[in-house]
Design a protein around this ligand. Structure first.
Ligand SMILES: Nc1nc2c([nH]c(=O)n2[C@@H]2O[C@H](COP(=O)(O)OP(=O)(O)OP(=O)(O)O)[C@@H](O)[C@H]2O)c(=O)[nH]1
Length: 130
């Protein structure tokens, strides 16, 4: 079974979190996620997340702290996902791969159609929102 290791960014601003909708085809098409991507060989998650957000969203971020690591078995691969609380430094989170994005508050957070592995992350985020 394929094992994928991914870093994801939790960006909080004005008491809301940034979420993005996947546009790729495949089993998770159209599902919502925290932006990020796969670690390169030998790469630390904190380095990977800064690189991925620069590539995907043309935005510079910094990592504030590790939030949660989730392990999830999808039908076709096993996922390890490290979610980091991050801060935006510069850039407007321009979508290049996702089809939509939103800033979502505590009350609506769990109503989004999240990728399954993201539910435990969303629950952690819920604790950080008022
Ligand atoms: N970035 C990200 N990926 C997630 C999340 N939740 C989740 O299940 N995943 C899965 O983890 C993998 C992340 O890879 P990616 O975003 O680099 O993937 P991709 O399939 O577009 O790959 P590619 O860049 O090789 O085309 C995908 O299979 C994605 O479905 C999440 O919150 N953020």
């Amino acid at each position: 079974m394929k094992h994928i290791e991914v870093a994801a960014a939790v960006l909080l601003e004005d008491n809301a979190v940034f979420a993005a909708q996947r546009g790729h085809s495949g089993p998770l098409a159209g599902r919502w996620e925290f932006p990020g991507g796969k670690l390169e060989e030998g790469e630390d998650g904190t380095v990977a997340i800064v690189r991925e957000i620069e590539e995907e969203l043309k935005t510079q971020i910094e990592v504030v702290r590790h939030l949660i690591t989730v392990e999830h078995q999808y039908p076709t691969f096993f996922l390890t996902m490290h979610a980091y609380l991050c801060r935006r430094i510069y850039g407007d989170l321009e979508l290049s791969e996702h089809i939509a994005s939103c800033w979502i508050g505590k009350d609506d957070l769990l109503t989004l159609d999240w990728a399954e592995a993201d539910i435990p992350v969303a629950r952690e985020v819920e604790k950080l929102l008022r």
